[in-house]
Design a protein around this ligand. Sequence first.
Ligand code: COS
Length: 380
Amino acid sequence: MDFQPTEMQTELSGLARRFAREKIQPVVEQDEHDERFRPELIAELGQLGLTGIPVAEAHGGAGLGYQDYITVLEELASVSVSYAISVAVTGLAQVILEKFGNEAQKQRIARLAAGQAIGAFSLSEAGSGSDAGSLRTTARRDGDHYVINGTKLWTTQADSAEVIMLMARTGAADDRTRGVSTFLLEQGTPGLRLGKREKKMGCHISHTMELVLENVRVPASCLVGREGDGFKIAMTALDSGRITIAASALGIARSSIEVATGHARQREQFGKPIGEYQGVSFLLADMATRYDAAKLLVQRAAFLKDQGLPFSTEAAMAKLFATDMAMQVTTDAVQILGGSGYTQDFPVERFMREAKVLQIVEGTNQIQRMVIGRSLLKTH
Ligand code: COS
């Protein structure tokens, strides 16, 4: 593992940083207010080659690794977590199709990798969040079709997605995780409709949707992998997804440190810049140290994944530490900015709201601790 970014990583992060500053920054605050997502920005990111980084060139991706991917997500998130998450969730669909899809399903990757289409991942339900294996949406085999019924919750960008990777129960309820299968659903399939859009604390650009499935009849060829493999497919995808969420946490933390440091230099109280008070400079020192420690964990998880080595536990550690770090660092940045920090004149209050969701998505940080704890205690 090398601490120096490669030439490719420097180029990718430079591209992503410029795009985020020139294209997202000018519209982000208004769009957050208007809850407006711009798919055309994803298409432009696709033209820059930034929407299919970890997918093989044969499938339309860039054929690079997660160590490259995290540099791009950090830059996007440093301006807008919503767009970083959009790229990451579309990436989740690509990763699933590449690893588990049949040849026809793999053909669907190219449009996602090019940013021409958006993907979604639909696992959670009202009664099944952390306990993902208890999901109740059913997919009943009917000849050479499946008929899917149920209601999914918290599906990011289901309203703009062309393809939705959806987990449903094909086995008995007491089969739990072994009775779950993954399906590739098309937007517009009869019986599949959007339910309510959640009113959230932050990340308003990113739409979080309820999905209602009423006798959705799909050909059996929509099954991804084998019947009953769906839970493991979801868990495998989430292992990778947790690295992308951790990388997004780095972005908002870094921006918050930059804003807070600039403020501490300029803002004078009692006749000198507030950064000259130890109460502020020590806070900044802790913020920067936590950011660097988180970055090393995220880089390690990405490195292991790129090497083809086991990385579930390390991804959980990176997600846990980086998102808790982002919550702390963004909160401290608001504190350093004082009254200004609590207003929308500065982005730190938005970053603080965005940090909160990162402690929850792709497995709450309590679930990450469970994953880490189990790996420590397992006997084989
Ligand atoms: N990769 C591959 N397989 C995995 C896996 C992983 N990371 N984690 C678990 N599995 C497998 C297990 O090996 C087991 O296989 P067998 O049936 O062959 O023994 C099976 O999946 C069930 O595993 P387990 O018994 O550990 O499942 P649990 O019901 O205890 O759930 C947790 C495990 C809690 C880790 C899982 O439910 C989880 O991650 N929950 C959070 C869900 C989540 O992140 N939701 C957010 C959605 S996106 S916003």
